[in-house]
Design a protein around this ligand. Structure first.
Ligand code: GLN
Length: 246
């Protein structure tokens, strides 16, 4: 049995659990060999976190989430889960912010982060709630098919990959030890007037995966299915490194 938690301090918790259930059903219908049993739980305490083999950090509001996690004594156990135990963890939107090692456009005094991804995120890249939008994404890690409908709500983007930047020898050293670098998993065209090219909206580094958008607010189960498969394969190989299995 594999236990997957969804951090349930705030944000889109039920939505993730419901898509995870659909993804698990799809995984077992796709596979010719028996797939493991899953249990999906809401995580509000360190004891619940310690039962989990993998974790989703949902969208919501990352400053609030960090404050609540700190009060409940969960921040350090979360850091341990992601960066010491190297368990598979996926953050969507605010969850991506939490998993970044740095965030810009934050209020005075900054905010506490979990880290795990050697990236700097730009919060609220597209503006306020009113500027929310749905954009078609081509995600190379999904098998061919319809573009993925990306729901962007006060979404962050990855504005800098720290581990491959110039003059960051120390961080590079850490990345080398971890045996993995940040991989860009998805991009989306920059909004007009904000520069040329594409923003990074999905990244992975070893066991940690992050998306700017909210797959849990669609009924498209493909990313949840893909991620659960990574989790299963990583655990099968006794893996600390989900990336090596894909
Ligand atoms: N803007 C929020 C933050 O920075 C994220 C919004 C979301 O999760 N939809 O935390």
């Amino acid at each position: 049995q594999i236990t997957v938690g969804v951090l349930a301090l705030q944000g889109g918790v039920i939505e993730h659990i419901s898509l995870l259930q659909k993804a698990a059903a799809q995984l077992s219908s796709q596979s010719s060999t028996p797939t493991p049993q899953f249990s999906f739980i809401q995580v509000r305490t360190a004891a619940q976190l310690s039962q989990c083999d993998a974790l989703i950090i949902p969208g919501g509001e990352s400053t609030t989430m960090a404050i609540v996690a700190r009060r409940l004594g969960l921040l350090d156990p979360l850091r341990e889960f992601v960066k010491v135990q190297h368990k598979p963890t996926w953050g969507t939107c605010a969850g991506l912010v939490m998993l970044a090692s740095a965030a810009s456009a934050t209020k005075q005094g900054g905010q506490e982060l979990i880290g795990g991804l050697d990236v700097k995120v730009l919060r609220n890249r597209y503006g306020t709630q009113l500027q929310s939008f749905v954009g078609d994404l081509r995600l190379p890690f999904l098998e061919e098919g319809e573009p993925f409908r990306g729901v962007f709500i006060r979404a962050p983007v990855v504005e800098e990959i720290i581990s491959s930047g110039p003059g960051t020898a120390e961080v590079d050293e850490v990345a080398k030890l971890k045996g993995n670098q940040v991989e860009v998993m998805g991009t989306y065209p920059k909004p007009q007037g904000t520069g040329e090219g594409e923003d990074i909206v999905a990244v992975r580094q070893g066991n940690v995966f992050g998306t700017s958008f909210h797959p849990e607010l669609t009924d498209d189960v493909r990313i949840h299915t893909w991620w659960l498969k990574q989790v299963v394969e990583g655990l099968k190989s006794g893996g600390r490194d989900v990336q090596a299995q894909s």
